[in-house]
Ligand binder design. Structure first.
Ligand SMILES: [Zn+2]
Length: 446
C-alpha cells in the first residue's frame, strides 16, 4: 500500500531523486553533482558502427565526457557507478514532444512533464509548438535550474492557415510570414514549425492549407536567419511541396499514399530528415486498441490504470466532430509503416519523435514504444537507436554537442541492464540515466 502511493506520487509529481554518491556517501548532493563521475565497465552500444561493444570506462567531468577507454584513471573524489555487465548508450531524444500529459485531463504542467522524461532515459526534448505566453513562462521556469531538466529546444508557436489545422501564427502574405519568423527569432525560438496539412487522412471535411508561396517564404526566412524549419505534412503531395521548399525535416510520416521514388529522391537531394510519429498515428486510429498496447508494453506497471481505462470508454472511440474519419487513418497504418521502411532504406535520415501530449501518447513510455514500433516496421535496432540519438542531434545541428558517447560531448548517458541491439524492448530496462552531472535511478520513479 505504501509502495503503491509512493509510486503514483513520483510518477505524477516527478519527484526525482538524485542518487547519493556511490563512493563518497558523505558528500552533499550539491558536491556530488559536481564531482567527477566514473562509469565502470559497461559495454558501449555505439549506434554508429556495427559489431558488439567492448566494455569501457567513461570519465565525466563538468558534465562533459572526458574519456572513453578500456582503462581510465579514477580521480579520488569521483562518484563511481559499477556498470559491469550493463550496456551504455547516449541519452535518448524525443524530437516531437508537446509536454502535455496525453490524457483527457486538464491542467498540464510542462516543466513537470519535462522532468518526468529523465528517468525514462530521455535527456533531450524538442517541443515544436509552445503557444503564446506559455513559451516565455516555460523558458523562465527552466532558467531557474536548467540542470534539473533535459536539454530542451522550443519553438515559439507554429504557422498555420486561417481556418487551418491547429492554432498559431496565420500570415496572409509572404512578407507577413517573414516578419513573424523575425519576431520568433528575437524571442529565442530554436526553430520554426509549419502546419501544411488539410488533415484529409483523418477527416471528411478537410481544413485550409497555408498558401504555398507563404510556406516557402517562411522556410526561406528561417534559413536566412540561421534557423531550421520543420513541417507537419503527412499528405504526400503537400510534403513534396515542403521538401521542394527546402524544409529541414518532416515531423510526421507520410500516411496518405505510398512514397514515390521521385519523392525519396527529392528528400535525399534536399537533405530532409523524416520522422514517423508512429505512436501518434496509432493512438489516433483507435484509443481502445492503443490502451491495450500500452498496458502490454508497460513492463514496470508505471501507467495509471484509470488513465488507460479512460481510453477504453465507448464515448471516446470513433473520432471526434472535427476528425471524423479516423477509420480511414486506421486503414492507412500499413502505408505509414511501409513508407518509413522505404525512406530509411533509401538513406533518408530518420529521427524519432512521438508527438507526446496527443491523447494516448503518454510522457516517457511513448518514446520507448516509438523505438519498438520502428523496429516492428522493419528498421534494425541500431537504425532506431540512431534515430533517437545522433540523428536527433543532427536535426538541430547539435551533433558536436550531444547524441553520442565521445570525449568532448555532453555526458547524456543511458545505462541499460540488457542489450537493446539484441531486443529493442530492452530499452525499458534502464539502470541509470545521467544528465547534467546528475544520476537518476528510474526505480525511484516507478
Ligand atoms: Zn505535434
Amino acid at each position: 500500500m505504501q509502495r503503491m502511493s509512493l509510486k503514483r506520487a513520483s510518477f505524477h509529481f516527478a519527484a526525482l531523486s538524485i542518487l547519493a554518491a556511490v563512493t563518497a556517501a558523505e558528500t552533499t548532493p550539491q558536491d556530488s553533482t559536481e564531482a567527477p563521475l566514473v562509469i565502470l565497465g559497461a559495454r558501449l552500444v555505439d549506434t554508429s558502427v556495427a559489431g558488439s561493444g567492448e566494455p569501457v570506462t567513461v570519465l565525466v567531468q563538468d558534465q562533459i565526457i572526458h574519456a572513453v577507454a578500456g582503462e581510465v584513471e579514477i580521480p579520488s573524489d569521483a562518484r563511481v557507478i559499477d556498470a559491469r555487465g550493463k550496456y551504455l548508450l547516449p541519452g535518448l531524444a524525443d524530437m516531437h514532444n508537446h509536454l502535455r500529459s496525453g490524457t483527457f485531463l486538464p491542467g498540464d504542467k510542462p516543466a513537470e512533464i519535462l522532468q518526468q522524461m529523465l528517468p525514462w532515459g530521455i535527456t533531450t526534448v524538442f517541443d515544436p509548438a509552445v503557444h503564446g505566453a506559455a513559451y516565455q513562462l516555460l523558458r523562465d521556469e527552466i532558467g531557474k535550474d536548467p540542470d534539473a531538466y533535459p536539454r530542451v529546444f522550443l519553438t515559439a508557436g507554429l504557422f498555420t492557415a486561417p481556418k487551418g489545422w491547429g492554432r498559431g501564427h496565420q500570415p496572409l502574405s509572404a512578407a507577413e510570414g517573414r516578419t513573424v519568423v523575425q519576431s520568433m527569432q528575437a524571442s529565442g525560438s530554436d526553430a520554426v514549425k509549419l502546419m501544411y496539412d488539410d488533415m484529409s487522412w483523418a477527416t471528411t471535411r478537410p481544413f485550409a492549407v497555408l498558401d504555398r508561396a507563404v510556406m516557402a517564404a517562411i522556410i526561406d526566412e528561417a534559413h536566412r536567419l540561421g534557423m531550421k524549419a520543420f513541417v507537419h505534412a503527412p499528405v504526400l503531395e503537400l510534403a513534396a511541396e515542403a521538401v521542394e521548399a527546402n524544409v529541414d525535416c518532416l515531423l510526421h510520416g507520410i500516411i496518405s499514399d505510398p512514397v514515390s521514388p521521385e519523392f525519396i529522391e527529392s528528400m535525399l537531394e534536399h537533405g530532409t530528415c523524416y520522422m514517423s510519429t508512429l505512436t501518434m498515428f496509432h493512438t489516433n486510429a483507435g484509443y481502445a486498441a492503443w490502451a491495450d498496447r500500452l498496458e502490454e508494453f508497460d513492463k514496470y506497471e508505471q501507467l495509471d490504470p484509470a488513465i488507460l481505462d479512460a481510453f477504453r470508454l465507448p464515448a471516446v472511440q470513433g473520432g471526434t466532430a472535427r476528425l471524423d474519419n479516423t477509420a480511414y487513418a486506421a486503414r492507412q497504418l500499413p502505408v505509414l509503416r511501409e513508407n518509413l521502411l522505404r525512406v530509411a532504406n533509401a538513406g533518408v535520415p530518420i529521427v524519432i519523435g512521438t508527438d507526446t501530449g496527443i491523447p494516448g501518447v503518454l510522457p516517457g513510455i511513448a518514446l520507448q514504444l516509438e523505438l519498438v514500433m520502428h523496429v516492428d516496421a522493419g528498421l534494425s535496432p541500431r537504425q532506431a537507436l540512431n534515430a533517437a540519438t545522433r540523428n536527433a542531434a543532427a536535426m538541430l545541428d547539435q551533433a558536436s554537442v550531444f547524441g553520442s558517447i565521445e570525449p568532448g560531448l555532453a555526458a547524456d548517458i543511458l545505462i541499460l541492464d540488457a542489450n537493446p541491439l539484441e531486443d529493442i524492448r530492452n530499452i525499458r530496462d534502464i539502470y541509470r540515466v545521467i544528465h547534467a552531472g546528475r544520476v537518476y535511478d528510474p526505480e525511484l520513479a516507478r
